[in-house]
Ligand binder design. Structure first.
Ligand code: NAP
Length: 322
């Protein structure tokens, strides 16, 4: 099978090489999936640059999103049959990744693909969808009528978070560049704040504060969240930050902080699938790139301009068999 292998840490242009590897065989409780589409995430950029060189030995196949078709089942993997269309978040830093024509995975991590989604759309939803579900539902316990601040509403995670927060019955405030305000309000944001031209804090305070902050940007967001949080508010951070932050003000509002690293699982995918089926959630696919052009997909996500195009909104998806 053909894979795009990470052969050296560094710039996208020189990091990947096409390789032929033996097609993997599903073990007990596993299925072999023909990968129709995968996607690129900031984690992939960080891995490619060498941030996780302790966890990832070269050469390596990276990538974590899959939408595809079951082509073989291992012993005891009776939940699926050959031909089933499935989607999943593959384990992070464990086993072969998903920039590949085929991928083996434990059936417990796999769900049936929502019929309303193409493989490209499903691959653009798995990792970010699972992350947002864990953040807003499992960690923050978002309730109907609460106000949620989603940082970076035009991004891969943010564009799903805006929709899920709205589906949960929350009022949604999000930060995005002015050019993206129509886009995020189209996803259901009630208020859009331009993070690039002013400070979001006074603008959120003017609204009366928020119950939940979803931090997709890092920097000083942890330290500043108490300035916008209601009493007993919750902060969910998905971005690791190198610098310590002073959280003294968090005591003043009885804040709860959650630090989240998304984990695979079927139940979360099924919950997301139900929202998709009911028209409450749509993946946002900004660009589709063939697997052979994985370097271009990385460059697009990094913000570079390719053939005159600027960085797309939402997800950059990789079509594997194109
Ligand atoms: N812990 C986990 O399990 C987990 C899971 C998924 C993602 N993540 C992390 O979450 C972060 C976001 O991921 P993603 O896939 O959404 O990335 P993404 O698609 O690159 O989106 C990031 C968004 O944030 C916007 N942004 C940049 N600076 C901002 C600021 N100061 N305030 C508000 N928004 C700002 C960007 O806007 P412009 O493009 O216009 O600059 C972009 O729309 C990444 O660091 C990723 O590693 C963590």
């Amino acid at each position: 099978m053909r894979v795009m292998e990470l052969v050296r840490f560094g710039d996208a242009d020189t990091a990947f090489a096409t390789r032929e590897l033996p097609r993997p065989t599903p073990g007990p409780g596993q299925v072999l999936v023909r990968v129709e589409a995968t996607s690129v995430n900031p984690l992939d950029l960080q891995t490619r640059r060498g941030d996780y060189r302790d966890q990832v030995a070269l050469p390596a196949v990276i990538g974590n999103d899959v939408s595809g078709v079951v082509v073989e089942t291992g012993p005891g993997a009776g939940d699926f049959q050959t031909g089933d269309e499935v989607w999943y978040l593959a384990p992070i830093f464990a086993g072969q990744g998903t920039y590949a024509e085929f991928h083996v995975v434990d059936q417990a991590l796999v769900a049936r693909k929502p019929a309303a989604l193409s493989h490209v759309e499903a691959a653009g939803l798995a990792l970010v969808g699972v992350t947002v579900w864990e953040a807003l539902v499992e960690r923050a316990g978002t309730r109907v009528g609460e106000r949620v601040l989603v940082h970076g509403g035009a991004g891969g995670v943010g564009s799903v978070a805006v929709q899920l927060a709205g589906a949960l019955g929350a009022e949604v405030v999000t930060t995005a560049r002015a050019k993206d305000h129509e886009f995020v309000t189209g996803l259901g944001a009630d208020v859009a704040i331009d993070f690039s031209t002013g400070d979001y804090v006074p603008q959120v305070r003017e609204l009366g504060g928020v119950d939940v902050v979803l931090d997709t940007v890092g920097r000083d967001t942890l330290a500043r969240s108490p300035e916008v949080l209601a009493d007993r508010g919750r902060v969910v951070s998905i971005v690791d930050i190198p610098e310590p932050q002073n959280l003294l003000a968090a005591w003043g509002v009885n804040a709860t902080y959650h630090f989240l690293f998304a984990s695979p699982g079927r139940a979360k995918l099924e919950a997301l699938g139900r929202l998709v089926d009911r028209g409450k959630l749509r993946p946002v696919v900004g660009a589709v790139v063939p697997l052979a052009d994985i370097a271009q997909a990385h460059t697009l996500l990094e913000g570079g301009s390719v053939e005159g195009r600027s960085r797309p909104r939402g997800k950059i998806v990789v079509a594997v068999h194109q």
